[in-house]
Write a protein that binds this ligand. Sequence first.
Ligand SMILES: [Ca+2]
Length: 409
Amino acid sequence: MKFNRTIPGFCFLILVFGFITCDFDEEQDDDAEPIYSVLTLVLNHSAVNLRFGKSETLIPELKGPGSENINLGSVSWATSNSAVVQVNQDGIITARDRYYAIPAVITASANGLTGTCIVNVVDPGVNANVGASLNIYDDFYSEKYPGYSLVWGDEFEYSGKPDISKWDYERGYVRNNELQYYREENANVSGGRLVIHGEPVSPQLRDGSRYFNYASASIHTKNKYHIHFGIIEIRARIPITSGCWPAAWTLGARYQNQVLGSLEWPAVGEVDIMEMYRSNNVPNMHANWCWRAPSGTWNPTWNAAAFPLSSIALWHGENMDQWAQKFHVWRYVWTEDWIEIWLDNVKLNDQDAMQSNPSGVTPARPFQEPHFFIMNLAMGSNGGTLPGNTDSVWPLLYEVDYVRVYQKN
Ligand SMILES: [Ca+2]
């Protein structure tokens, strides 16, 4: 994402609620038969966990008053995401995406009625080693990671400015032709949260030859705390307004670091644990890694995943605005072998931790190196067009309840 990159032209579309069960049953038990007071179209499953490549038949049935006397008629089928789960006109669904998938919603329509089934694609063979060793799939909200201890973090249970023993600031203009001027006053701690607020400013702020109509903040841990394997948890509530670009991410600790020896992006490695911005005015959640491409000092190779926020909200049965009103947990699980990015209890993307840069480039393996952590609210650029200055949406708030880092004992 960062550094004027070109957005990768592909989006992995994805899943994984199924991992939270130990035996990976392919079907969930539906609830006991409810009483239907009105004519209703129901399917034989309201939710299915389906293994990659497998199929299941959905059977529609009318329920409710007089249903026994009504012919169902022809049924038309649709899937919310054909990249994840396909459905044919006989109601047979097939799981198509291997490792990840946002749950797909299958809809049957007949007689002016619709029935739905939520389908999660599961594949317990993929990355099961990580899940088994960390035991994190059984209870997502458990704060206990067997064999791990909390080693660093900020609960933001104080008031004032972010703790300077942990955080530093980016200032002024930094990158990507973004429209905001970064300054300390736009990052504050209150109510148990870090609050980064983005806002229009007048008169303009100036950094060299650049002038800025907006102000925001970016805080980071460079030379304060460097993460080297472990689990990062971030609980946050993010703005999704057009034009905003909230992010929680890492860079190799030697990035332009006068203390450790200055290396450049993307060779140092970048991890986008959380990034939300619009593509074609559709809000997308991104989960990415990048490192250096085979040629060109500044050229990245991306392992990128993007998800329409509307689909993510659907995991919770919500629309985007409802989703954005709540806090959510991003989790970065980084072992010496493998790395995963999770949002709530769904894996968004994963990466081989041994990934190499091209021969002769330092560092040889960017995800074997310590990284520092960054949280910022960018505006414009990839974020798209901002609302007018008099819009009631201001200020844009990026609120962080906590950041926690766990490491193996
Ligand atoms: Ca807190």
